[in-house]
Design a protein around this ligand. Structure first.
Ligand code: COA
Ligand code: MG
Length: 302
């Protein structure tokens, strides 16, 4: 078996908005929002006594007009909880793009849900996303990501949950996330080793746009694909920070053109205005231009 990660299919996951399934008004709003993905939350944002109501809301919402050009992910309660089975039944009935498992601690958590989905003959394109938000989840991030390699595994994406992680570890919320960065990078490394995507944690102060922008830029610089969001006000910032901007697209197009030039045939390195560009940059540039095209297409289908 090849030791390198399989090629990743490029998806837009810049802005991943969480919507409490108990909030019907917020659910209806999602049709008009410019985010790449929606997490319909049955877990922490829904009070214990309202779990059934939240499931009923999702049923009604999914039977209404389809959401266009957005991934649909349902975050379930832990399968070991008293809500797990009913949540899983709902996922099987509604067939979203992915199921998001909270507090994934070890590879067995992924294998258990993979087996349940296979036993239920769930469609192959129903993927698994995993919240990495516990000390064991961080410590086991690489082993959990590797579970994505196992035949039949549908693992596709990690979402970091810092609210839980701070609570479990005692790390204080601080600007710059100094003491959390090593753990965040461990998650990024794990997903890159095994060909998954990684979504950075929510930022709670949804009125503080300046700090959100710093955190999105930091997440992008760390290699995350996007950010989990809690409020519509945060979408534009995440789309901007995680999307390729105009300058990057122009540069990527220049790299593609440089290698397409017949004079570059047989060359692995070329001189682009006094800077060395390698063929590996060409692959990056093609990915970036592809992402820009997906964004443009999404705009026209909304
Ligand atoms: N998705 C869709 N719409 C949302 C939304 C969300 N996550 N959060 C807020 N809105 C809507 C509100 O319904 C409101 O709509 P309206 O003007 O038609 O009434 C509008 O955006 C403005 O909301 P605002 O008044 O600023 O905030 P709020 O008090 O209604 O909600 C929160 C604030 C934090 C309770 C809410 O944003 C929320 O529940 N976020 C998600 C929480 C979550 O999923 N947590 C789990 C993951 S960490
Ligand atoms: Mg959590």
């Amino acid at each position: 078996m090849s030791r390198s990660a399989p090629p990743r299919s490029i998806r837009l996951r810049r802005s991943v908005l969480s919507v409490p399934a108990v909030n019907r008004r917020a659910l209806e709003k999602t049709h008009k929002l410019d985010c790449d993905a929606i997490i319909f939350d049955l877990e922490d944002s829904v009070a214990v006594e309202r779990k059934t109501e939240a499931r009923d809301n999702l049923k009604a919402f999914f039977s209404g007009p389809a959401l266009t050009a957005k991934e649909r992910i349902i975050r379930v309660n832990a399968l070991s909880s008293s809500f797990g089975n009913a949540d899983l039944d709902l996922v099987l009935e509604l067939e979203p793009d992915a199921i998001l498992l909270p507090k994934v601690d070890e590879p067995q958590d992924i294998m258990a849900i993979s087996d349940r989905l296979a036993d239920a003959d769930a469609p192959e394109n129903l993927r698994i996303w995993a919240m990495i938000e516990t000390p064991r989840g961080i410590l086991n991030a690489a082993a959990i990501a590797e579970a994505g390699r196992t035949a039949g595994s549908r693992l596709d994406c990690f979402v970091v949950g810092l609210n839980d992680l701070r609570k479990e570890t005692g790390v204080l919320p601080q600007p710059g996330r100094t003491y959390l960065v090593p753990w965040l990078m461990q998650v990024v490394l794990a997903v890159r080793a095994y060909g998954l995507d990684a979504i950075d944690s929510v930022f709670n102060d949804f009125k503080d746009m300046g700090s959100l922008e710093s955190e999105c830029s930091q997440g992008r610089a760390m290699g995350f694909d996007g950010k989990m969001l809690i409020h519509p006000n945060q979408i534009e910032c995440a789309n901007y920070c995680f999307g390729p901007n105009g300058e990057a697209i122009t540069e990527a197009e220049a790299i593609i053109a440089a290698f397409a030039d017949p004079a570059s045939e047989g060359l692995n390195v070329v001189n682009l205005g006094g800077r060395m560009v390698e063929r590996l940059h060409l692959v990056q540039a093609q990915g970036l231009v592809h992402k820009a095209r997906l964004i443009a297409e999404r705009k026209t289908t909304r």
